[in-house]
Design a binder for this molecule. Structure first.
Ligand code: SF4
Length: 246
């Protein structure tokens, strides 16, 4: 009764934006999925449960940034990458600790992934932070992970990894040419370094299977001939009454 109303309230269509850049959050994502998103291929609306999960993540970010403000260590929060870059995105915060600035990337993670991150961060989180370090020219940062179920915290202090940054920039520069300049569907990706099977949750499986690189153009509206209407000839009708002979 109430659940159906709430599901409907939370579910939403994701707007399609024309763009010629990537989001930092797309590092580690399947390039074909990025292609389909950029080209505005149809996808089901975001269901209520997923939308609520995202909202919980946003609340956690706000709570942690507020606490860091309370500690008096925040230099800046929600810091955008300078305009015109290959990537767009906002770092959660830059903090000052013992006289050094650190870019902080906050991640709320599923308990299973949190356990997987016992000794090292997730690769996509690591690469995303590397891009912020590169664009802000800050040589160190912190990945702060919160367990979604228990709110346990874990942190990884990382240094700028120049070879990895250069590799990611070169990879996405090539992808920019494929997608934005040539409008081509990228080849099937090497899935060996994926954190999880992205195909399982992909909304574009059917397009990908058929190698569709362009949506069919919507049919033009039917043009009907504009001829004057044919009116019936005037005639004299003999009105037959109910009791008349035929
Ligand atoms: S089905 Fe798999 S390979 Fe294809 S676009 Fe989706 S995630 Fe990428």
């Amino acid at each position: 009764m109430l659940i159906e109303l709430l599901e409907e309230y939370f579910q939403r269509e994701e707007p399609h934006r024309e763009r010629d850049y990537f989001y930092v959050s797309e590092v580690g994502k399947c390039p074909r999925q990025i292609f389909c998103t950029v080209k505005g291929f149809p996808r089901p609306p975001l269901d209520g449960q997923t939308a609520r999960k995202l909202a919980v993540g946003e609340d956690a970010h706000r709570r942690i940034v507020q606490a860091m403000y309370g500690l008096g260590i925040v230099v800046a929060a929600e810091v955008p990458i300078p305009p015109g870059a290959l990537f767009h995105g906002r770092a959660d915060a830059i903090v000052s600790l013992a006289g050094k600035n650190y870019v902080v990337e906050i991640k709320t993670v599923h308990p299973y992934n949190f356990d997987q991150m016992a000794i090292s961060p997730r690769r996509d989180h690591y690469l995303q932070l590397q891009l912020y370090l590169h664009y802000f020219q800050i040589p160190q940062g912190i990945i702060l992970a919160e367990n979604k179920a228990s709110q346990e915290l874990r942190e990884f202090v990382v240094e700028l990894d120049r070879p990895e940054v250069n590799r990611v920039l070169a990879e996405f520069e090539a992808l920019r040419e494929t997608i934005f300049l040539r409008g081509e569907l990228p080849p099937l990706p090497d899935k060996s370094d994926w954190e999880f099977d992205q195909c399982k949750y992909c909304p574009f499986v059917d397009f990908c299977r058929e190698n569709i690189s362009q949506l069919p153009k919507p049919a033009a509206p039917l043009e009907l001939p504009k001829e004057p209407p044919v009116l019936p000839e005037p005639y004299e009708a003999r009105i037959i009454g109910l009791f008349d002979e035929p």
